[in-house]
Design a protein around this ligand. Structure first.
Ligand code: AHR
Length: 510
């Protein structure tokens, strides 16, 4: 089945957007929806880190996507693709996770430091999945992009690094040494001297450390109890060097409640203090069940959710560059899905401390596609730009009422909400993002701010008549956002949300 048919049939794992049998298109006639924003009801501060990214040494993500090399004809800064740096600055990228994913639990960080021409070549974790004809760098890691280059990349884009440690095949001692390499003060340790020799005298001050990845599977095939023991061993008495360390525990496989409960019970076997070393539990599947189980042992919810991989994952066959494993071409449909997902995170600031879209470039729900000197922003990348103003704002309760969408799902009638979104307050500015998931039906909504009047509005809309539309190296602007000032009448706003659209409205309050 071709990818397009696959999507149309609604088989894509996490998505519920294939309303293939919706009713015929309707003309915009009258207000049929309402959005009421209660600016006095704060839900909490939206952590900028929920707008994070994920870069794994997999396929074309690092080699080609991020790293082109200093001698490349592709414009670069110290070997890093310049266009990518420019785009990521625009979206205010707060945090980037690296080097995996599954790759992390096969990676020896020492291979990626020291003089570039002395670094070893290693078999990439993903080499068996690479098809013949894939670039050698995808199968055999040349280690030209290691800790120094990654941290430098983060610095160039203004993001914090989030490093994932190898729990499956390296020791706790090696983890400790990686922290020492990154964070020990200038001149204090042999590893700090090695860092300085590479040009990085000052410590990297890395705060976020993932302790393994998917430790129930590729990250070691542990039971939750075995993993809890490893977690305690890896995180006990790691030197801080004055830097707060936030350890992220590997979370469950989808809805495996036993993992979450088993891990936390084993952690508590030594008393409550190891619980305090957990900043968050990584979820690669967003459901509330894990949050409730976490609350059983941690009623104050000091431990947060870290959704450090999210996004749709389709069958292979739509990659733009042959040999880019797990590359797919994000469409408007993926942008709609991404908007919905970010809105969910915005609406739950008390739960979600960080999230990382899988993955940044040339893989899965990419924000960008790149090959050699070609580059384009995908519809998902545009959504990140449109949602960036939410970062650090006060999420406020927002109520949406809109006609429900009825559709046929595998022969049975099903329903889906008509409009959803999120809002955040930033002094006198209110940022409202709204998704209309219906393929054919526009929605016209009255937007009301409780206890305030609207002075001015600038609106940005991402849409296209074809929900499968996407950008390519040749047609970079096929799906691109349109921005304009919107008319306000008597302090209120009525706005039409086109079918299959993501909208961002910045409202200045009187
Ligand atoms: O993102 C690709 C893979 O998906 C990651 O390596 C792994 O953590 C997840 O299963």
């Amino acid at each position: 089945m071709r990818r397009r048919e696959f999507l149309y049939n609604g088989l894509a794992g996490a998505c519920t957007l294939a309303f293939a049998k919706c009713s015929a298109p309707k003309a915009i006639s009258s207000v049929d929806s309402r959005i009421e924003i209660l600016i006095g009801e704060s839900l909490g501060t939206i952590s900028p880190d929920i707008y994070g990214h994920f870069t794994e040494n997999l396929g074309g993500v690092v080699y080609d996507g991020i790293w082109v090399g200093e001698n490349s004809k592709v414009p670069n800064i110290n070997g890093i693709r310049m266009k990518l740096i420019e785009e990521m600055r625009k979206i205010k990228a707060p945090v980037v996770r690296y080097p995996g994913g599954c790759f992390a639990d096969s990676y020896d960080w020492r291979d990626g430091i020291g003089p570039a021409d002395k670094r070893p070549r290693r078999t990439n974790f993903w080499s068996d999945g690479e098809e013949s004809g894939a670039p050698t760098s995808h199968k055999y890691d040349p280690n030209q992009f290691g800790t120094n280059e990654f941290v430098h990349f983060c610095k160039l884009i203004g993001a914090q690094p989030y490093l994932a440690a190898n729990v499956r095949s390296l020791s706790a001692g090696e983890f400790y040494r990686w922290v020492e390499y990154c964070n020990s003060p200038a001149g204090a340790t042999t590893l700090a001297d090695m860092r300085a020799a590479a040009g990085y005298v000052e410590p990297f001050n890395v705060r976020f450390w993932g302790v393994g990845n998917e430790s129930w599977g590729c990250g070691g095939d542990f039971t939750p109890q075995e993993y809890a023991i490893e977690f305690r061993r890896f995180t006990t008495w790691v030197p801080h060097y004055g830097q707060r360390l936030s350890f992220v525990a590997s979370g469950p496989n989808v809805d495996d409640w036993n993992w979450t409960r088993g891990f936390l019970e084993e952690i508590l076997r030594k008393g409550r203090s190891p619980l305090r070393s957990i900043y968050g539990i990584a979820l690669h599947h967003y459901v509330n069940g894990h949050w409730h189980i976490m609350g059983e042992v941690d009623p104050s919810h000091a431990v947060k959710l870290i959704v450090d991989e999210w996004g749709p994952w389709y069958r292979p066959g739509s990659e733009v560059t042959r040999g880019d494993q797990l590359e797919q071409v994000p469409t408007l449909r993926d942008a709609v899905f991404s908007g919905m997902t970010l809105d969910i995170f915005n609406r739950h600031p008390e739960k979600v401390a960080m999230a990382n879209c899988a993955q940044l470039i040339n893989c899965l729900n990419s924000l960008y596609l790149a090959h050699e000197d070609r580059f384009c922003v995908t519809p998902v990348g545009h959504v990140f730009a449109m949602y960036a103003p939410h970062q650090g704002g006060q999420a406020v309760r927002t109520m949406f009422s809109a006609p429900t969408i009825s559709y046929d799902r595998d022969g049975k009638s099903a329903a889906f909400w008509g409009l959803q979104g999120s809002a955040s307050l930033h002094d006198k500015d209110l940022v409202l993002t709204v998704v209309n998931p219906a393929i054919r039906d526009p929605r016209e909504a009255e937007i009301v701010i409780r206890d305030a009047r609207i002075k001015a509005v600038v609106g940005t809309t991402l849409t296209h008549p074809d929900i499968h539309a996407h950008n390519t190296f040749e047609q970079k602007e096929e799906v691109s956002p349109q921005t304009k000032a919107l008319p306000v009448s008597s302090g209120t706003l009525t706005h039409a949300f086109p079918p299959a659209s993501v909208s961002s409205l910045v409202l200045t309050l009187a």
